[in-house]
Design a binder for this molecule. Sequence first.
Ligand code: HEM
Length: 238
Amino acid sequence: AFHKPAEPLKLASNGPFGKFDRQQLQRGYQVYKEVCAACHSMHLLSFRNLTEIGYSEAQVKAEAASWTVPGIDPNTGEANTRPGIPTDRFPSPYPNETAARAANNNANPPDLSLITKARPHGPEYLHSLLTGYQEQPAELLEKFPEAKTGVGLYYNPYFANLNIAMPPPLSTDGQVTYADGTEATINQMSTDVTAFLVWTAEPTLEKRNQTGWPVLGFLIFATVLAWFAKKQVWADLK
Ligand code: HEM
């Protein structure tokens, strides 16, 4: 039987009436910051974008300053690091891809800005991947001995080649302590970070959904109008 995640993913942003749950996005941001950012970047987002999920400008300033970003020494021109400012992008923890691969068994942790759009069924895939780590089934090994999970790899039935270089990032309940008191089960943290990465990939989702309804209304109105206009124009020829 195909492995199913512990609990199916239900997000407030799903469907044509979908809206972001900003409190959940803030929890997801916390998971991103405290867990994922140890290996992944999010280069299409700046710290100042956090105002869109309910942080004040002062909070964003403080938040940005809590990150370390690559900088340049103004005196020597040499690369160094400095605290972030709101216009900085979410940085990679590694100076370059070679360093990233050296730290991750030769795999490159992808930028997560658009990850929920970059994979088919992105949100469900992400949630399944994060909660789907398990022991490699013996019957699989018997049939496909060459699929044996190698050293430094982890078996995950949702990853395309079954063995992923990412260690299970969410491995214990209570791995983060949520500011809003929500219980941080693995399922909860995975759902929250997925909700957050749905937002990063399409921050204008609510606007798109809300624009659709007046557009549909206008199309129905215009269709009715065209129907009566046609009837009137051709009335003599019946
Ligand atoms: C790959 C998400 C934390 C290292 C990935 C992928 C996703 C992802 C979606 C791409 C899988 C694919 O290609 O389809 C996350 C999330 C995290 C997290 C949401 C936090 C909850 C981490 C951490 C590390 C890490 C902490 C390092 C210790 C990697 C590596 C890959 C990867 C090395 C490439 C795997 C491969 O190609 O075999 N991650 N990740 N990730 N991640 Fe993470």
